[in-house]
Design a protein around this ligand. Sequence first.
Ligand code: AMP
Ligand code: MG
Length: 499
Amino acid sequence: MNAPEFPPLELPDFDNSFAALPEVFYTRLNPLPLPEPYVVGISDEVAGLLGLSPELLQHPEFPEIFAGNRILPGSDPLAAVYSGHQFGIWAGQLGDGRAHLLGGLRNERGHWEIQLKGAGRTPYSRGADGRAVLRSSIREFLCSEAMAGLGIPTTRALCVIGADVPIRREETETAAVVTRVAPGFVRFGSFEHWASRDRGLELQQLADYVIDTFRPECREAANPYDALLRDVSRRTGELMAHWMAVGFMHGVMNTDNMSILGLTLDYGPFGFMEAFDAGHICNHSDHQGRYTYRNQPHVAQWNLYCLAEAFLPLIKSPKQAREAIDDTYGTAFEAAFERLMCAKLGLREALDDNETFIGQTFGLLQQHRPDFTLFFRTLSRLPAEIDGRDSAKTDAALRDLFVDRTACDAWLATWRARLAQTPWDDAERQAAMLAANPKYVLRNWLAEKAIRQAKEKDFSEVRRLLTCLRNPYAEQPEFEDYAALPPDWASGLEVSCSS
Ligand code: AMP
Ligand code: MG
């Protein structure tokens, strides 16, 4: 019998704007093939953004293409160079040690670059194997899409392709390639790279590339580079507010993992806050606790100062470069954080002491450690007024998250007093809170369950989780379990930089 015939593939038209930069910015090289690749998961939404046909997603060539085994016509694979500060220390040259940019394309939905992560060594691999394991690839895939579902700026992920090739980490695992998609992958460290080498020309070429491709409005400013720096700073401030509001912890906020477009970038040992602890360290390798939940906004600002220093040759005045951050970052972060927290708390109008109340709320969470996501989701359904009802019964679902229920009651009384100052139809207020407080986040135990099954070649849990996390604010009775506290088996889960 002949093999079934598949129609010729309709493939995207690449425009490869990054590859149009001078060759010092990257090394051209093809991905290293993986034998017998198979599909682990595909995001239909990202396929739609790229304009990939449903036939392509089903095609037997699909895993070959996104494992890097088959080079698409028009694609111009390359690995980019960058440098950066890691854990607060200058690390010198880094670069895409295991990422191949296949190319860029433009359609009515935007400009998209497609990158394979884990497709083999590059000149920037620094002795490492250029591969990624199935575990970390599933985590990056699911979390990129979960963050998009939450409405948080992020790189996206088209698919995970697996192969039964052993990869040595702390234990031997198998290989996978995750296909990432974003308007661009330029990092703070991409600028630090040229600044550290006194290469003003390349620095300016890179800044011009970013402005012309992504931020043309900066050209209108007296100093377009100053405008770009302010834009990055503002977006980074807003991004931090989003992370804090959903309890997301990145885990490795090195300057080479910070996107010049203000996107969440490079998912590694990230975590979502469960039992609240502002000092939580989600990255097992972060021995000093540099990247705790509470430090994230400060670290982002520190990283922005590194970027501002790299911009000095373009802005000339150190004072002006520093002001570009100081004028924008704090206000962008605080305004977005207050807006998001007020939405989470159901406070419609900005009262003058909201900040104090938000602080009190975090104080309550820190002292009593309820699950962060469940706290706000459960709160969303409580009535604004008790009027004669038995409050212990009415508030039972929230009180159950606390050992010390009187502390919960006292905070609830303050919360209700504030709600009374910002009158709002209660059904409307509850609906608004439910739209601001996700029911589903990618808890470590959920990712772990999907990974364990995937290791046994059952990818159904990856698909189910993706479906659920697409609509994190909606009630999805079929996924009720995914909103639960971590089960006992998950209490010792640890994630490190090893991926
Ligand atoms: P990360 O901490 O994951 O952002 O990685 C820091 C740097 O190490 C980046 O330049 C990565 O490309 C590189 N890297 C991490 N893991 C590997 C690997 N398995 N093979 C090659 N390069 C890697
Ligand atoms: Mg990185």
